[in-house]
Every structure is written in structure tokens, then in C-alpha cells.
Design a protein around this ligand. Sequence first.
Ligand SMILES: CCCCCCCCCCCCCCCCC(=O)SCCNC(=O)CCNC(=O)[C@H](O)C(C)(C)COP(=O)(O)OP(=O)(O)OC[C@H]1O[C@@H](n2cnc3c(N)ncnc32)[C@H](O)[C@@H]1OP(=O)(O)O
Ligand SMILES: CCCCCCCC/C=C\CCCCCCCC(=O)OC[C@@H](O)COP(=O)(O)O
Length: 267
Amino acid sequence: MELGWLLWGAAVLLLLHVLMELSPAVNFALRIGFYYLLFFVCSAFTVPVCLLVNGGRTVKNMRIIKTVVKTFKYFFGLRFEVKGRENFEVEGPAIIVSNHQSILDMMGLMEVLPDDCVQVAKKELMYAGTVGLIIYLGGVIFINRKSTSSAKMVMAEVAKTMATDNVKVWVYPEGTRNCTGDLLPFKKGAFHIAVQAQVPVIPVVYSSFTTFYNPKKNLFTSGKIKVEVLPPIETKGLTSDDVSDLTDRCYRTMRETLFRLSGRPGE
Ligand SMILES: CCCCCCCCCCCCCCCCC(=O)SCCNC(=O)CCNC(=O)[C@H](O)C(C)(C)COP(=O)(O)OP(=O)(O)OC[C@H]1O[C@@H](n2cnc3c(N)ncnc32)[C@H](O)[C@@H]1OP(=O)(O)O
Ligand SMILES: CCCCCCCC/C=C\CCCCCCCC(=O)OC[C@@H](O)COP(=O)(O)O
């Protein structure tokens, strides 16, 4: 009986292996499927740990989540090379902005995430089963992207509580995933709250994934990701009139860095 199960298991693994070798589409689907499964299953185990250790929704849970997610890269043969971590060491709160290419960014996020830092996410993620629950417990701030006024209200609230709670806030200013190797134009929400709270903006740039990850081409192999934490951009004394300039400045610096890290000539 037991030998029978073993043989069945071996046969299924062999079949999957052959399918993966034969079809890039199957290979890609299985690897991404496994990525989702890891998040889904690990969240289920991490939820009770977070509840037992910290009792409920708090940014302290991010330390636990980070420890778990940081192991995922080994399953996919991904390596991160991080420079400039010391730039996170600012006194008090800050807004961290970074480029957003894919769901794989969750690994890159956890690789560098400083303590006491919450992320801004679309509210749909709250309903992603156990993943939604763990994100909620981690203190993530949810915004409704379909309603500018409510998103702005939540962001204004964040600007107010950042100082009292002494937390950093991580925003993806492109507002959506973008795996083209370039940056989308930045939304201004992150820069508005930086100016409202008079806290620095710290840009973080991840090199382009296009050489090892491309859903359109069913490409997902191992690879190296270069990460650079750039020096903080101060906002002391800036007013809402300066938000556009601040956004542009940050965009240009990040785009240059993205091209440099990805070995692509600038334009
Ligand atoms: C153990 C296992 C664990 C497993 C789980 C582990 C995973 C855990 C990871 C943690 C979770 C991470 C989650 C990551 C998720 C990433 C995302 O979901 S990204 C998508 C959501 N994020 C964003 O969209 C952020 C960026 N967007 C913005 O900042 C936007 O500006 C906005 C605030 C959302 C509003 O967007 P929109 O409605 O499109 O409007 P705009 O065109 O941007 O703005 C209109 C107008 O208003 C001005 N304005 C914007 N914000 C403000 C403000 N706060 N105050 C005043 N004015 C504001 C803006 O300048 C525009 O005016 P203008 O005249 O055109 O300039
Ligand atoms: C009972 C309900 C069951 C639902 C099951 C859903 C299972 C989901 C499982 C795993 C999700 C793993 C991914 C973790 C978080 C990914 C965050 C992310 O990258 O979100 C994308 C968002 O930034 C931008 O969204 P869009 O590019 O605009 O779109």
C-alpha cells in the first residue's frame, strides 16, 4: 500500500518534470502557482503566531512576516544585492517610495523592510484569504483606488498619525505593477503626505526583472536583483505648491538609478 503511494508520487513528479521541460507555459504556471501557494500556506501558519506574540493588528507583526518571506527566495534561486541600507536610518518617520514590477516584489520588500514600517496597498488585497488576513495583521493601510477622495482622506490620516506612532510608510507611487523595465508616471499621494508631515522621502530602486521574469514570455528563472536605497530627500519647509517638483525630482533620480542598476543606457 505505502509503496503504491510512493510510486504514484514519483510518477506525478516525473510527469510534472517532463511537462515543465516541454512547455514553458506549464513551467511558468507551476512556478508562479508554487509562489502563490507558499504565501497562502505560510500565511495560514503565521496568522496564529502573530496573534499569540503581538495580540492583534500591529506593525510589530511585520518582523515575523519578514522572517518567513525572506526564506522564499531560496525556492526560486533569487539573490538580492542591497546597497545603501544606512539611508533608512533617519530620525523619526519617513515616506519610502519604490518601483513595483510584480508580485515577486513582496520578496524584495521584505528583504530590505526597516522596522516600524507599514505599506499602503489596494483594498482588494484584504480579501485574498489568509494572505489578506496576514497583511491586515501587519498593519497595512488599505486604500480604495477607485475613489480618489477616500484614498486622499486615508492618506491625510496617515500623514497625521505617522508622527504620533513614529512609523515609516512604504508607498509604490506608480500605483500598480509594471514589468516593462521602465517607470510609470508617479501618483502624487506619497509626496503629498511627505510634505504634509514634513518628513523625508527615501527612494528605493529594484533593478529590472525583465532578464529573468516576464509573464508574457512565460519566463521565470533564477536571477539576481540589485537594490539601492537612495539618500533621503528632505521636505522641511516645502508646501503643497512644491509637491509636483518633489515628485519630478524623485522620479528622475529613481529612473536614472533603475537604468543604471539594470545595465540599460539612459535616455
Ligand atoms: C508569512 C507569509 C506572509 C505573506 C504575505 C506577505 C505580504 C505582505 C506584504 C505587505 C503588503 C504589501 C502591499 C503592497 C501592495 C502594493 C499595492 O497595492 S500598490 C497599489 C496601491 N497603492 C497606491 O496606489 C499608492 C500610490 N497612489 C497614490 O499615491 C495616489 O495618489 C492616490 C492617493 C491613491 C490617489 O490616486 P488617484 O485616485 O489615481 O488620484 P491622483 O491622480 O493620484 O490624484 C488626484 C489629485 O489629488 C492630488 N492628491 C493626491 N493625494 C493627495 C493628498 N494626500 N493630499 C492632497 N492632494 C492629493 C493629486 O496631486 C492630484 O491632483 P493634481 O492637481 O493632478 O496634482
Ligand atoms: C477566500 C478567498 C481566497 C482568495 C485566494 C487568494 C490567494 C492569494 C494568495 C497569494 C497572494 C500572494 C501575493 C501577495 C501580495 C501581492 C501584492 C501585490 O503585488 O499586489 C499587487 C498590487 O500592488 C498592484 O495591483 P495591480 O497591479 O494594480 O493589480
